[in-house]
Design a protein around this ligand. Structure first.
Ligand SMILES: [Zn+2]
Length: 221
């Protein structure tokens, strides 16, 4: 059983005690000025289960810390590749490997990011055109972004925007986001009709949404 971390106690003009766990797994307790230490401890103890459960979840969702070393895992279309640094002419995929030229190692993050963005533009364009045809729908234009927690957007004029990090997700998940935004070209809300139409072209959309919620933080370079 894991332990409850030492809380950071913030006292202020408030009337009740609340607890909060930050993204970094820090336990923050906000308490009134007059709250005695034992009352705060009692409150923390009463929330023990919630604190431990939330900490566990926070730990799992902590972003990846990259080292850019041999055999580090990188995602591409949902598959894990091992980083190989060597005498390669350019960045490429082969079998289970993501090959990276040794000479570019000093700026590996930027080089990988450029490469992923290039692939994303190509694949998302292809899938977008394919799905639009399937669905008999049209869009105005497409842009690419790196908006955190936002995978796709359909603007009022039916121009679309996608997060290039989707190239790291499985193709079916990428397709779901594309279909979701294409459905918005005719339906701007998230009504039951909207979801019914999404389901026509991606029946397992609930699973894909769940995948993004649970794994979105892993789509990092
Ligand atoms: Zn939407």
């Amino acid at each position: 059983m894991s332990e409850i971390p030492e809380p950071k106690i913030i006292k202020s003009h408030r009337s009740s005690i609340t607890i909060q766990i930050t993204e970094n797994g820090e336990l923050i307790v906000k308490a009134p000025f007059y709250a005695p230490k034992f009352a705060i401890q009692k409150f923390i103890d009463s929330k023990k289960d919630w604190i431990l459960k939330t900490l566990e979840r926070t730990k799992k969702r902590l972003p990846i810390k990259r080292e850019y070393i041999e055999d580090e895992k990188f995602l591409y279309l949902g598959k894990e590749y091992n980083l190989k640094i060597g005498k390669f002419k350019e960045i490429s995929l082969s079998r289970d490997n993501l090959n990276f030229p040794l000479g570019l190692l000093f700026r590996i993050k930027a080089e990988l990011e450029n490469w992923y963005i290039k692939q994303a533009k190509k694949v998302i364009h292809e899938r977008l055109n394919y799905q639009a045809k399937q669905m008999g729908t049209n869009f105005k234009s497409v842009m690419f972004s790196d908006t955190k927690s936002k995978w796709g957007t359909c603007f009022h004029d039916n121009s679309l925007q996608f997060n290039w990090r989707l190239i790291m997700a499985p193709l079916m998940v990428m397709d779901y986001v594309i279909i979701h935004e294409l459905t918005h070209t005719t339906e701007k809300n998230h009504s039951n009709d909207f979801w019914r139409n999404v389901g026509k072209f991606t029946p397992a959309y609930k699973q894909h949404r769940k995948w993004l919620n649970e794994n979105g933080h892993l789509l990092k370079i």
